[in-house]
Design a protein around this ligand. Structure first.
Ligand SMILES: Nc1nc2c(ncn2[C@@H]2O[C@H](COP(=O)(O)OP(=O)(O)OP(=O)(O)O)[C@@H](O)[C@H]2O)c(=O)[nH]1
Ligand SMILES: [Mg+2]
Length: 198
């Protein structure tokens, strides 16, 4: 009986324990990363200045998972620092300004620069097509085509439209990240176990 109760306790505490995941949030300057971070964290639309360095916050908008979100500055001269934040990433949020047609090509180039980093192998991606409130914003399929997302094969990905100022689409983005990260972590754990028994 005592053993049964202890097994049940372990089961219950296992079920209620949150998964912790490290999320890097990248994207060109002014795409809206910092606005997104604080909308999720504080439910406030903060006035931002360009990020030099990074902001980091722990957020838990989805039950059962806590995200440590690293929001890294996207200005051209500091983009080479992105690589230093990739090592322990469980997920990537890639933010695009849907109104910035001229730089969609640049956004694609930088995205594949990240995905080709050896530390990012099979790490899932959620692309946030931000600023959907602006009248000339590109729709989701135009952003997806511009980023060539269909060429992504070795990892799971999702694209979600959003407006960081109102918060529209942010919960859905976090939910998508949570689903992809949970399956990524489970798969990595299984592979680790399999390697142990080889
Ligand atoms: N209209 C509109 N403006 C937005 C939205 N999200 C962010 N912005 C504005 O875009 C500008 C840049 O936002 P930031 O959050 O600072 O962008 P960032 O990606 O953090 O930029 P860096 O730190 O330089 O990499 C700010 O003026 C925001 O108010 C949105 O959904 N709609
Ligand atoms: Mg910023």
């Amino acid at each position: 009986m005592g053993q049964l109760i202890s097994k049940l306790n372990t089961l219950v505490s296992g079920l209620s324990r949150s998964v912790a995941a490290n999320i890097v949030m990248l994207g060109l300057d002014a795409s809206g990363k910092t606005t997104i971070l604080y909308k999720i964290k504080l439910n406030e639309t903060v006035k931002t200045i360009p990020t030099v360095g990074f902001n980091v916050e722990t957020v838990g908008p989805i039950k059962g998972i806590n995200f440590t979100v690293w929001d890294i500055g996207g200005q051209e001269k500091i983009r080479r620092l992105w690589q230093h934040y990739l090592k322990s990433a469980d997920g990537l949020i890639y933010v695009v300004d849907s109104n910035d047609k001229d730089r969609l090509c640049k956004a694609r180039e930088e995205l594949y620069g990240i995905l080709n980093n050896e530390n990012m192998r099979s790490v899932p991606v959620v692309v946030i097509a931000n600023k959907q409130d602006l009248p000339d914003a590109m729709d989701l399929s135009t952003v997806a085509d511009g980023l060539d997302l269909n060429r992504i094969k070795q990892r799971q990905w999702k694209i979600q439209g959003a407006c960081a100022k109102t918060g529209d689409g942010l919960f859905e983005s976090m939910k998508a990240m949570s689903d992809l990260v949970k399956s990524y972590i489970n798969k990595s754990l299984l592979e680790e176990k399999r390697d142990q028994y080889k």
